[in-house]
Structures are given as C-alpha cells and as structure tokens.
Design a protein around this ligand. Structure first.
Ligand code: MN3
Length: 207
C-alpha cells in the first residue's frame, strides 16, 4: 500500500502566505485523499503494482495496465506532486541564495526577474486545475512548463526542480479568486536549498 508521507513542517509554518487552514485541508484532506484513492485503484485493479514506487510507475506508465492508467496518472501524480511540493516550501524572508540552480537560472533567463516573470505568467495561464513547474530536460536546460490536472513532468521525461500547485484548493481559502496574489506570494515560501538539491539530483539522474 502507498502511504501519506508526513508533512515536513507545522501546519502554520507558512503563515501568512499559506494559512494553517489551507494547509490542513490541502494536506490532510486532498493529499490524503489521493493516497487513499490510489490505494483503492491499485488494490482492485492491479495489486502487483504495489511492488513499485508511484514515481517509478509515472515515469514508465506503459507498465500500468491500460484499464487503470488514466486514473493512476492523476491519482499517483496527486500523491507524488504534493509530496514534492511540500518538501520545497519554507518561509524564506525574500532571500534568494546564490547557489547552483540560481546561477543556471540567471545564465538561462538573463536575470532572476525574467525567470520569475515567465514562471508567474505560466502559473497564471494554467486553465482550470494544474501545476506550474521548473524542470530539467536532461540535456542541459531548465524549462518552465505547466501540466494539467495532476499530471507529473516525470511522465514526459522531465525532472521536476520546483513547482507550484495552482488548483483552486491551494489558494481559495486565503486568496479567493485572486490567483495572481497567490502566485506573487509564492516567492516568499520557496525553500531554495531544496530546489537546488532537486536540480543537482536531476543532473545526476540525467547522466
Ligand atoms: Mn493540491
């Protein structure tokens, strides 16, 4: 069975940018819901899959029986994407460190500001529910993309480096319909140390 990983911080750790109430619903209801539904799906549809990690299956989705594949991609993505997201969040007091991933960002986008603008506009352009991502393409480049629903970049051969959940459940209690405000505040809660680690891991596995 798949399990819900522990939240790596307290529910109120991201206040005021992401409230305790939002975190409780988002982690304890939504994230947990994906884990429970994924377990139901696999238990009833293809229990042998429990031998493999969700991430591994999303990366090799042809190994998932076609009868449950579309549901697995959304539910498994829901599990893996949220875990990835929580791990790269902390209040950063607006400090952007000078590390490897930042050097690559500035090199590719010319400035942190233009990187930020492209990320924000990608997050704003997600129609309906989805995620904005910074991914490593395995060929030396970082890219900013979005995915619909709970689709993971892993399923299209890309390595996640940073992400933002732009489903309404991620911000509606705190920002109502003002997604732009939420996206703007996101920059206050990026754990750059983890983003840098994700980038280094992506470089390693791409080799
Ligand atoms: Mn979510």
């Amino acid at each position: 069975m798949y399990t819900l990983p522990e939240l790596p911080f307290k529910y109120d750790a991201l206040e005021p940018f992401m409230s305790q109430t939002t975190m409780k619903y988002h982690y304890d209801k939504h994230h947990r819901g994906y884990v429970n539904k994924l377990n139901e799906l696999v238990k009833n549809g293809a229990p042998k899959l429990f031998d493999r990690r969700e991430k591994d299956l999303l990366q090799n989705f042809n190994d998932i029986p076609s009868s449950i594949r579309p549901k697995f991609i959304n539910l498994g993505g829901g599990v893996v994407n949220h875990t990835f997201f929580w791990n790269m969040l902390e209040r950063n007091n607006g400090v952007n460190p000078d590390n490897e991933v930042m050097k690559n960002i500035v090199e590719q986008w010319g400035s942190f500001q233009s990187f930020k603008e492209e990320f924000n506009s990608t997050a704003m352009s997600v129609f309906g529910s989805g995620w904005a991502w910074v991914v490593y393409d395995g060929k030396g480049k970082l890219r900013i993309i979005s995915t619909p629903n709970q689709h993971s970049p892993l399923s299209i051969g890309l390595k996640p480096v940073m992400t933002l959940d732009v489903w309404e459940h991620a911000y509606y209690l705190d920002y109502q319909n003002r997604r732009a405000d939420f996206v703007d505040k996101f920059w206050q809660i990026i754990k750059w140390e983890q983003v840098n680690q994700n980038f280094k891991d992506a470089l390693k596995t791409a080799k």
